[in-house]
Design a protein around this ligand. Structure first.
Ligand code: DON
Length: 304
């Protein structure tokens, strides 16, 4: 089935289903988001795009931002990065501490919270002003100067971020955090607070569907090899202890966030962003996962 018909059919079906998910409330500012919001935006390599519902309303991208901080850190540090963080799926929740002591402070991968904190530590250490440099980097990739942090969300998470404080202090104890824990946490909470619309998110991630090159500006963001490796990490680790289910049912690289967003890409073809704030028990958008499962089956879009 071609994209337009499958997109429309799937959006209509998903708009009507019962959604058993719950909005994330451990970050109080996210708890007040309208749970009925539902937006989808698909951007194709040919420049076509399809939009549905609340796809032009900004939302907190949360862990989706970890992919972009990883891209910047990987570009700056290269293969040395993997001395501090692994490339293995964790099979645990995104904020789990369980493996960190066993692995002596080395996170399994850069997409779980512990791994993203190591990436943030590297960026704070290597950049004069990590927050400003990072948001300018995102705006450049997205070709959109309106993209920004939501300071209220960042402060709301900072006031309740005990698990992340535990993660970073445990890694500091093992010598895998070089900077000041509070400074790194502040950068991390701001990074997670970045807001985008589904349309902006789909556009931003198109370079990863095109071997590291923005198909519209023709600018190279990262090398082909690094782009493929980032996609591999999204495939294996992007949904934490639901990564297997996502690969099994959807079959393309993707990344979720507790704001209810999911970005997914079919290399050489498209990127698609979905936003529905109600999360399943693994912390991934219930409707977002269902949309991608149905759309990819209808369009036979799998990397396998
Ligand atoms: O650190 C946290 O818990 C949040 N700022 C991000 C977690 C997240 O988005 C997990 N993805 N589903």
């Amino acid at each position: 089935m071609e994209y337009k018909q499958a997109f429309s059919n799937t959006c209509i079906f998903l708009s009507e289903i019962n959604d058993p998910g719950k909005v994330a409330s451990y970050i109080p500012e996210l708890g007040s988001v309208d749970p009925t919001k539902f937006g989808v935006h698909l951007t194709t390599m040919d420049g076509d795009s399809f939009s549905h519902g609340d796809s032009h309303e900004k939302f907190s991208i949360q862990s989706i931002a970890k992919v972009l901080s990883l891209v910047l850190a990987y570009e700056l540090e290269g293969e040395k990065l993997w001395k501090r963080v692994g490339v293995e799926p964790s099979g645990t929740a995104f904020n789990s501490l369980v493996q960190l002591e066993h692995d002596r402070g080395i996170p399994r991968n850069p997409l779980i919270n512990s791994g993203a904190l190591v990436i943030c530590d590297f960026l704070v250490d290597h950049l004069k002003d990590a927050k400003q440099t990072f948001i300018e980097y995102i705006r450049k990739i997205a070709n959109n100067d309106s993209i920004d942090y939501n300071k209220k969300v960042a402060e709301s998470e900072k006031a309740h971020g005990y698990r992340n404080a535990a993660l970073i202090n445990l890694m500091k104890a093992y010598g895998n955090i070089t900077g000041n824990c509070d400074e790194v946490l502040d950068f991390y909470f701001h990074l997670c607070s970045i807001e985008m619309t589904c349309a902006e998110l789909a556009r931003t991630f198109m370079f990863l569907a095109n071997d590291g090159v923005d198909p519209f500006s023709k600018e190279r963001i990262i090398s082909t090899e690094k782009s493929k490796r980032i996609n591999t990490l999204m495939q294996l680790c992007g949904f934490y202890d639901e990564a297997g289910e996502f690969s099994f049912k959807v079959g393309i690289p993707g990344k979720s966030g507790v704001g209810g967003g999911i970005i997914a890409i079919l290399p050489e073809h498209f990127s698609v962003a979905v936003w529905s704030p109600r999360l399943n028990e693994k912390g991934n958008s219930y409707k977002g996962m269902r949309f991608l499962e149905m759309f990819n089956q209808a369009t036979d879009s799998s990397v396998f």
